[in-house]
Design a protein around this ligand. Structure first.
Ligand SMILES: C[S@@+](CC[C@H](N)C(=O)[O-])C[C@H]1O[C@@H](n2cnc3c(N)ncnc32)[C@H](O)[C@@H]1O
Length: 123
């Protein structure tokens, strides 16, 4: 259990957590997902991008790390420091006004964030 997420430096994880350990939650969720290299994934409400980093590193997918409270620049600095700038695109956006085309993503994830905006219709 948690063989992937336990590999991550816990100080880095703790520094960037905004609630529960999102990479552990995602690792559990991922067991029911079929993720393949180069899939386009929306990480909605990604916060400081922990799950985006995890997705890019563990599954070699392209992640659109989208958040409202954390700026795209802040996330881009973290993404670059991990050498993942070719895999993760940081986006600052409101969940009800997303700047993406219909049918653009192969999958969307939302860890510990849906409860902030999910009561209102998104699309
Ligand atoms: C508790 S944090 C969780 C962040 C991240 N998913 C994690 O687990 O570490 C909730 C996130 O939801 C995002 N959020 C809240 N309301 C939002 C909205 N209307 N549109 C986009 N993101 C929103 C916030 O910006 C925040 O980063």
């Amino acid at each position: 259990m948690f063989t992937k997420s336990n590999k991550y430096d816990f100080d880095f994880v703790k520094e960037n957590m905004m609630g529960p350990n999102s990479i552990k939650i995602f690792e559990e969720v991922s067991e029911s997902l079929k993720l393949e290299k180069d899939m386009r994934i929306l990480d909605l409400g990604c916060g400081r991008g922990l799950t985006s980093i995890f997705l890019a590193k563990e599954y070699d997918v392209i992640v659109f790390a989208t958040d409202l409270w954390i700026s795209a620049t802040d996330n881009y600095e973290r993404i670059k420091s991990m050498g993942l700038e070719d895999k993760i695109i940081p986006i600052h956006a409101e969940a009800h006004d997303l700047p993406f085309a219909n049918e653009f993503f192969d999958a969307a994830i939302c860890i510990d964030a849906y409860n902030y905006f999910g009561a209102e219709k998104i699309i």
